[in-house]
Design a protein around this ligand. Structure first.
Ligand code: PAF
Length: 280
């Protein structure tokens, strides 16, 4: 497995693979890899001749008061996980390699980034779209793999690829959970033991919502209320949002009609966690 911090070297390697007729899968990450990322790499491994993983904590997608500096980083740990998953190349650039001193181009869109995480993180999706576009140019892969935990991100990247004619297939992969149902996330490491125990409330509230929908509930407002009530009963949980939206447009809907995304963001103490259910 090769580790490169150079755009030129990485692009050359991927071009060589393509010239040999090999297919390439890309797993974009910010590192501190866990079983969620591992499942993306394993799927990429099954579906492609070569697998590249990018490990880059992208400053552009963090707001001024967010956790860019504190975001966990451990390349040695990441490299061991990649090696085990059969990854061929890790692209691990410095910030200066990705963003030169006069960097001034951005990729952005309207509508899809406005609600959910975009409402409380106004610059976030512009940063995600810009860095993912750059990664798609640096690593011209056949397929790129993203987790459904970041459902809004997945919807935005799909739309960006469609609207801007990127020649890459976007594969959404299921959420990987801890045994008690908490969605795996690099940010789970911020939780104290007490917070970690309470964090199951996110998945539990979504489970209750799904049961209500399975029992015939179609009113999106009632589903939102059910989730809000359940989370509000937890004293250290503070809701950022509870939304029921169309998975295509990320706009609120009144009736549960597929494809629907039920998405929540909740502060457990000072740690902001997200979770969701997608009904296709
Ligand atoms: O989902 C993430 O880890 C990041 O948003 C991504 C897609 C790697 C872009 O920095």
């Amino acid at each position: 497995m090769k580790i490169s911090g150079s755009i030129e070297e990485t692009r050359k390697q991927v071009k060589e693979w393509k010239a040999q007729g090999l297919s390439v899968g890309l797993v974009p990450t910010m590192g501190y890899l866990h079983e969620g990322h591992q499942s993306l790499m394993e799927r990429a491994r099954r579906e492609n001749d070569r697998v590249a993983v990018s490990v880059f904590v992208n400053p552009m997608q963090f707001g001024p008061n967010e956790d860019y500096e504190a975001y966990p980083r451990d390349l040695e740990h990441d490299a061991a996980i990649c090696e085990k998953a059969g990854v061929d190349l890790i692209f691990h650039p410095e910030v200066e390699e990705m963003y030169g001193p006069d960097f001034s181009a951005y990729v952005d869109m309207h509508t899809l980034p406005e609600k959910l995480c975009g409402a409380s993180r106004p610059v976030h999706f512009r940063g995600v779209q810009t860095v993912v576009s750059k990664l798609f140019h640096i690593i011209p892969a056949d397929r790129a793999y993203f987790g459904q935990k970041d459902a809004q991100q997945l919807a935005i990247i799909r739309r960006m690829v469609m609207d801007l004619n990127f020649d890459i297939e976007i594969i959404g992969c299921p959420i990987i959970r801890e045994e008690d149902g908490l969605a795996k996330s690099s940010r789970n490491t911020y939780l104290s033991p007490e917070e970690r125990a309470q964090a199951v409330i996110l998945n539990q509230s979504l489970e209750e919502a799904m049961k209500a929908i399975e029992a015939g509930e179609k009113d999106a407002a009632k589903i939102r209320q059910l989730i809000t009530d359940k989370i509000s009963a937890c004293p250290i949980a503070k809701i950022d949002y509870v939304e029921v939206v169309s998975f295509d447009t990320i706009q609120p809907i009144d009736k549960i009609e597929h494809p629907v995304l039920i998405a929540i963001a909740v502060y457990i103490g000072t740690t902001r966690l997200i979770d969701n259910r997608i009904l296709m």
